[in-house]
Design a protein around this ligand. Structure first.
Ligand code: GUN
Length: 284
């Protein structure tokens, strides 16, 4: 029988635990605070940032938004990041992507102090993840790992096929899955014969942003299906990267969209903010 991985419920439990942890930290004078920098008015980013703000509020994390016009100069952005790095009341910093093309996002991310990099995007943290050291793990891959842990899904020795090679999801996922002793294959827009590869996956993780791309004939019986896609289609509804209705029965475990990976991404961001608050206060 197929088991649905209930990301919404899992995220709710994580947030309840975090709320207690934040209350205890506050009693000890440690107040977690997330600073979010958003540039321009990308509608999807606005929704994501609003959801992050609400989630922070619910668990008692302070939230500060730094909103800038799309034509902000690079040096101004860099000086804001440096100011936030120095600000002892700010425990976590997040630069919402995408940002306008005239700004060098890699340089901006490199400037964020690794100890406040709650997205886990700074090269120092990516390097630590690569060599298996404790670090901030990018929130979506981290949420997926948490799902495997909570649902006791075997990863060791399994063939994991990742669709997508983004810096935010696909690439950090490679390291996460290697750390869990999986055998990893990554497919992307230039991969030949994708279907042949996906059919060999024990675990298929799709993060390509193409509505219903993964069809029933692309997966094997009993595969674990993790769908990272959040795609708005013409009728206004949200669908994942997988053809959920038609592959559901063939999978052993599957994540729904919405209510799967999405809520876990936010829960893991909050987890990272609390971790950063502890880290930054220890260092004082
Ligand atoms: N844009 C889309 N997803 C993310 C994310 O996880 N973090 C940041 N900073 N920007 C994003």
């Amino acid at each position: 029988m197929t088991q649905i991985i209930d990301g919404k419920e899992l995220a709710k439990n994580i947030k309840l635990q975090l709320k207690i942890e934040v209350e205890n930290l506050r009693k000890n004078g440690i107040i977690p605070k997330l600073a979010v920098i958003m540039i321009g008015d990308d509608p999807a980013s606005k929704v994501y940032v609003k959801n992050k703000s609400r989630a922070c509020q619910k668990v008692g994390i302070e939230f500060e938004e730094y909103l800038f016009d799309a034509n902000i100069e690079e040096k101004e952005l860099f000086s804001i990041i440096e100011k936030l790095n120095k600000d002892k009341s700010v425990t976590g910093i997040l630069l919402q992507a995408p940002i306008p093309k005239h700004l060098n996002i890699n340089k901006a991310i490199e400037l964020i102090s690794p100890s406040k990099d709650v997205d886990g995007f700074n090269p120092v943290n990516i390097g630590k993840l690569t060599i298996g050291e404790d670090t901030f793990i990018s929130c979506t891959p981290y949420g997926i790992m948490k799902m495997f842990e909570e649902y006791k899904i075997q990863t060791e020795g399994k063939h994991v096929v990742i669709l997508g090679r983004s810096n935010i999801v696909g690439k950090p996922l490679i390291q996460c899955m290697l750390n869990l002793n999986s055998t990893v294959t990554v497919c992307h827009s230039r991969t030949n014969n994708i279907e042949e590869i996906t059919r060999t996956a024990d675990i298929l993780i799709s993060a390509i942003g193409k509505p219903k791309f993964v069809k029933e004939n692309m997966i094997k019986d009993g595969a674990v299906i993790i769908d990272v896609g959040i795609n708005r289609v013409n009728n206004g509804s949200i669908v994942g990267d997988t053809d959920y209705e038609n592959i559901y029965k063939k999978a052993s475990y599957i994540t729904p969209v919405p209510g799967g990976v999405g809520p876990m991404t936010i829960a893991m961001l909050l987890t990272n903010v609390v971790k950063a608050a502890k880290l930054n206060n220890c260092e004082k």
